[in-house]
Design a protein around this ligand. Structure first.
Ligand code: G4P
Length: 538
């Protein structure tokens, strides 16, 4: 099998079949490129949802701030969409949702640590946009394989070569066409499938119908003339010949290493190109990949179960303070009721009601394999970055926390309820919704976020979930850095800079900054100490 050979080396033992057929991926895109629409069509084809529209509601709700708040309160919707599993063509696909809003990039980054591949959706008229580019950079850090879907070909789009050039140049990535569009906008007929040598024709009559797919014998096949008007056929032949001459041929190994992306041209809203993309995921995206831990590498085929938490969603039901921790299984065959070691606290946890997310529904997971995402309801024990194992002290590396870019002081509207505020803030910090700092001097907590909208969401959730109105106020600080170094130097530094010092929710020291100058000064005067804008959650 192609993927087997490419991801595990020719001499490696094959993965157990249940693991080998798993593909765990996320979709990255700029808002509006069509991620929600594509997700929906993937699920529709995978039989995970019955009708178009079930995922849509979510995409639309994200549009405005007030709607977003409402959505946050109806957290059931977003949690079921956080990870969705479905079968297609013999593969078991796990699609992990990335929050689309620019303000939630940190959450998105962490989501990308839980997948083995990403689909990059771009709008054919707009090309590579800012958010796509940022997310791509995160994928590149992990050499994540990327499959590209150029969407909205039913609208006026840019020239095909121009789009490919832009991806190659902006992302420094080889691009190989997996399909070639025939016409665009009103004249868009479909695409020529360069991998399967087929003609795919789009149906404009029924947006949810799969494209008609015809086997042909290459571009000289006379049968083509019966489906494609002469002028478009001539253009297609010319362009494909040029593309084959100028662009690199598909190299599955380069795709797996993250140096090459195959691109499909389609129209998600018309269900066009979606089956070919699904086939591409099966064929070109890797099965569950090894994960780095501080002590060793964990491979998917190990007998013992292990996994890490990459996301926590709290208070899905405000009446019960429940939380769901999303665990990416990295190895083994998980079965319901298993007792796993919670490495951070060294305690055993019986995982009695794990949840598997089958698109619109949550189902109790009887079993799951490496590569799968399971939800574990808990009362706050599980935090982002936590490992669960069958006994070994594994700590998974590379799950980042980012220094916030915006800081505000937060005070309880009712001073009698200050204790509740402590609890609420700790919870949000553990959930990863905000950074929370307790300054060494002064009473008010400082919360830090990456995007301004998070402040509003935070205030509204504290009020909604804890009945506690809060005031957010300006602070003199504009940045925060984790600070590490030899104990003695650290203590001396903290004593001399009391007004700048704080601790985060794990108790790690943080240096609050006013100006870039503060950071430069530490670099100059304290060579033993390191200021860091990211912290790996362990
Ligand atoms: P997002 O999740 O990436 O933000 O994008 P979403 O799927 O919500 O799509 C953004 C807009 O683009 C939607 O239009 C959607 O209908 C449209 N769209 C998605 N795929 C295609 C496509 O293949 N062709 C065309 N022409 N449009 C597409 P909207 O105006 O926000 O909503 P609507 O009124 O069209 O439903």
């Amino acid at each position: 099998m192609l993927d087997e050979e490419n991801t595990r080396g020719r001499n490696a033992a094959p993965l157990p079949p249940e693991i080998a057929r798993r593909r765990t991926f996320a979709i990255i895109s700029h808002p509006d490129a069509g991620k929600t629409t594509l997700t929906e069509k993937l699920l529709l084809y995978g039989g995970a949802i019955q009708a178009a529209g079930q995922v849509r509601a979510k995409g639309e709700a994200r549009r405005t701030r007030s709607d977003f708040m409402k959505l946050e309160q109806e957290r059931g919707i977003s949690v079921s969409a956080s990870a969705m599993s479905f079968e297609w063509g013999g593969y078991w696909l796990n699609l992990v949702d990335t929050p689309g809003h620019e303000d939630f990039s940190e959450d998105t980054y962490r989501t990308l640590t839980a997948v083995d591949a990403a689909i990059m959706v771009i709008d054919g008229a707009k090309g590579v946009e800012s958010q796509t580019r940022k997310l791509f950079e995160v994928c590149r850090l992990r050499d994540l394989p990327i499959l590209t879907f150029c969407n909205k070909m039913d609208r006026e789009s840019r020239d095909t070569f121009e789009i490919i050039d832009e991806i190659q140049e902006m992302l420094a990535l080889d691009v190989t066409p997996a399909s070639w569009p025939i016409g665009m906008g009103r004249d868009f007929l479909g695409a020529y499938d360069l991998i399967g040598d087929r003609l795919e024709l789009m149906s404009r009559a029924d947006r949810n119908r799969k494209a008609e797919s015809l086997a042909i014998q290459g571009l000289e096949d006379p049968a083509l003339a019966g489906h494609v008007p002469a002028d478009q056929l001539e253009t297609l032949r010319e362009e494909v010949e040029m593309a084959r001459g100028l662009l690199p041929a598909l190299d599955p190994r380069a795709v797996l290493e993250g140096h090459m992306t195959p691109i499909w041209f389609g129209s998600a809203i018309n269900s066009f190109g979606v089956s070919e993309l699904l086939a591409g995921i099966g064929r070109l995206a890797p099965p569950p990949q090894p994960r780095r831990t501080l002590s060793r590498q964990v491979t998917a085929d190990e007998d013992k179960v292990s996994g890490f938490v990459f996301k926590v969603q709290a208070n899905m039901d405000p009446k019960h303070r429940d939380r769901v921790a999303f665990l990416r299984l990295c190895s083994g065959h998980f079965q319901r009721g298993m007792k796993l070691r919670h490495v951070r606290t060294a305690k055993q946890m019986a995982i009695s009601s794990p949840v598997l997310f089958l698109a619109a529904e949550r189902e109790t997971a009887e079993d799951a394999w490496a590569g799968d995402i399971i939800g574990i309801p808990n009362h706050g024990q599980l935090r982002i970055g936590d490992a669960l194992t069958e006994g070994e002290d594994l700590r998974f590396a590379g799950i980042p926390a980012f220094a916030p870019e915006l800081l505000q002081a937060v005070r309880a509207g009712d001073p009698m309820k200050a204790k509740h505020l402590d609890k609420a803030l700790m919870q949000f910090a553990e959930e990863g919704a905000a950074k929370v700092f307790k300054p060494t001097i002064g009473g008010a907590w400082i919360v830090g976020v990456v995007g301004a909208l998070q402040f509003d969401v935070l205030a509204s959730r504290i009020e909604g979930e804890y009945g506690l109105p809060v005031r957010l106020e300006q602070t003199q600080f504009s940045g925060a850095r984790w600070i590490t170094g030899p104990k003695e130097a650290l203590e001396r530094f903290a004593a001399q800079n009391k007004g700048h010092m704080a601790t985060d929710h794990d108790g790690d020291p943080v240096y609050l900054t006013r100006l870039q100058w503060d950071i430069d000064r530490v670099g100059r005067d304290w060579p033993d100490l390191t200021l860091s804008a990211t912290k790996e959650t362990l």
